[in-house]
Design a protein around this ligand. Structure first.
Ligand code: ADP
Ligand code: ZN
Length: 536
């Protein structure tokens, strides 16, 4: 018998226990479910792993008819439906991976009133045939999963999602519930507007993930640093390693395997069969490390991912939060680790300059990147800063007084130091090259000049004749890289062209003209070394 046999009177808690085998609702679930069961529209913002699925699955079981779930995660539909069927829920899906017979079977089940849940790829809802099919059966609700895919400015934009606003016009009395784990105020408002959910009740869960420890470290030898992390803190653990490019995914996976770690690659350039096989192994086997581009991960429900490591800088705080959020869905202690360096800033700024789209689009990308850079360079609690980014300042502010106790800046507070003079030295060097020689160079040359190094390139361009040659011997090369990285992050210096040459900005002039001081972060291990040297 179907779990919905006694649907009219079924109580949500009873369904939770009997069908799903869970004891109690998590924060927020009960209110959302009651609201949708009663026929109300809802916009749900809940972090990854928060338990969004039950918020539409249970109302679909309780309300008469089939719950229609729109999801962009075609590759996962089969698994999702299998998991539901294992619980005795009558679920099916329609997407482009099926042949005609399979589709016909599902359609017949729907028409016979034998489906509790029907998963649809968004493009299906653009087909008149699908709309006519849905007209013929009672529909319990529409759930729009990963609703941020309607946002044109997000990195997951799916044009088919724009058509979902028409659902309401066709079935005005059927409740709709849109769900997402992406939730800046702007995205939030955009979802409500584009899906015509202005009158929906908004449910916003806390975005805090207290069991995730956030750490952002200076990038030196990223693969070695990663290996060290896995060996010392996560031996035998399952985890995800994100890299920016396909080639670095493959190199990193090979490197880990050579060093005795079971790692698999995943990126859009791999053969679809291999990609699916690697994903299935990661989900089913214990202790595998998935090395992937951000193409991997949306909708992945693996509770015991113990770490998420980023070898390259994410493009936005939202991306960082989504990706790190795949760690620790079981609530147990987990690590979010990011290695970040000067080259990341250079590369990301170049990618924005070279990106398609208009100036407004590039400005938006730059704003996203700036927030991510500010998170990397902060001397305050990382968690507080992430929560503040999502508009949850209250929680952020409350924590920042004493700190969250579970991020690197709380555990090992970095110092900030007055970097005004150091900044002036860098900026004067860039200024002199530009003004006196009409030349632009990358960070390496600037640092060699500051340190007074007679490298072949310094001699070739006779940069040892500049008055700034050798004025920066008080810092080491790595420290100068840190200074330049932070000047770029604070937009006191700019990157130009494909070679990543450095150029002045309006802010540079203020620093050079002594109208502005510059606070810099001292990277923790450098701080430790500095302390050791002064005590000697
Ligand atoms: P989301 O879609 O928000 O990322 P899911 O709906 O996939 O999260 O839920 C994450 C995990 O938490 C799943 O394994 C789910 O079965 C489990 N879960 C959800 N609600 C509860 C609950 N009330 N009690 C126990 N486990 C739950
Ligand atoms: Zn903290």
């Amino acid at each position: 018998p179907s779990p919905t046999a006694d649907s009219a009177t079924a109580d949500a808690l009873e369904v939770l226990r009997r069908v799903f085998g869970y004891e109690a609702f998590r924060d927020g679930q009960r209110e959302i479910i009651d609201h949708v069961v009663a026929g109300g529209d809802a916009l749900v913002l809940m972090p990854t792993g928060g338990g969004k699925s039950l918020c539409y699955q249970i109302p679909a079981l309780i309300r008469p008819g089939t719950g229609v779930v729109v999801s962009p995660l075609i590759a996962l539909m089969q698994d999702q439906v299998d998991a539901l069927r294992a619980l005795g829920i009558r679920a099916g899906f329609l997407n482009s991976t099926q042949d005609l017979d399979e589709r016909r079977t599902v359609e017949a089940e729907f028409l016979a009133g034998e489906l509790d849940l029907l998963y649809l790829a968004p493009e299906r809802l653009r087909l008149e045939a699908t709309l006519r099919l849905l007209d013929r059966g009672p529909i319990a609700l529409f759930a729009i999963d990963e609703a941020h895919c309607v946002s044109q400015w997000g990195h997951d934009f799916r044009p088919d999602y724009l058509a979902l606003s028409a659902v309401h016009e066709r079935w005005p009395t059927v409740p709709r519930i849109a769900l997402t784990a992406t939730a800046t105020r702007a995205t939030h408002a955009e979802i409500a507007q584009r899906l015509k959910l202005e009158d929906a009740r908004h449910f916003v869960a806390s975005f805090d993930r207290p069991n995730i420890q956030y750490r952002i470290v200076p990038k030196q030898e990223p693969k070695r640093q990663l290996l060290e992390l896995l060996r010392t803190e996560h031996p035998g653990d399952a985890g995800i390693v994100y890299c920016l490019s396909r080639s670095s995914v493959e190199k990193t996976a090979e490197f880990l395997v050579e060093n005795g770690i079971q790692a698999l690659p995943y990126h859009a350039g791999l053969d679809a069969g291999l990609r699916a096989a690697n994903q299935a192994r990661f989900l089913r086997e214990d202790g595998l490390v998935m090395v992937a581009t951000i193409a991997f991960g949306m909708g992945i429900d693996k509770p015991d991912v113990r770490f998420v490591a980023h070898l390259d800088l994410p493009k936005s705080v939202e991306g960082y939060y989504q990706e790190t959020g795949r760690a620790g869905r079981d609530g147990l202690p987990s690590t979010a680790w990011l290695a970040y360096g000067l080259q990341d800033v250079v590369r990301q700024r170049q990618m924005i300059d070279g990106s398609e789209g208009d100036d407004a689009h590039r400005r938006r990308l730059a704003t996203h990147l700036d927030a991510m850079l500010a998170l990397c360079e902060t001397v305050e609690c990382r968690r507080a800063q992430v929560l503040a980014y999502f508009g949850q300042e209250d929680e952020g502010a409350e924590r920042s007084e004493k700190g969250c106790g579970n991020c690197d800046t709380c555990l090992n507070p970095p110092e900030s130091w007055d970097g005004t003079v150091a900044a002036q030295k860098v900026l004067s060097t860039v200024f002199r090259l530009d003004r006196e020689r009409r030349q632009r160079f990358g960070a390496g040359q600037i640092i060699d000049i500051l340190l007074g190094k007679k490298s072949p390139k310094v001699e070739k361009f006779r940069h040892d004749e500049l008055t700034v040659f050798g004025i920066g011997t008080e810092l080491r090369e790595g420290e100068w890289r840190g200074v330049i990285r932070q000047l770029l992050a604070q937009r006191l210096l700019a990157v130009e062209g494909e070679y990543g040459t450095l150029a002045l900005t309006p802010g540079s002039a203020e620093v050079l003209g002594r109208k502005r001081s510059v606070a810099l972060r001292r990277d923790p291990e450098r701080a430790a070394r500095a302390a050791k040297e002064t005590s000697r």
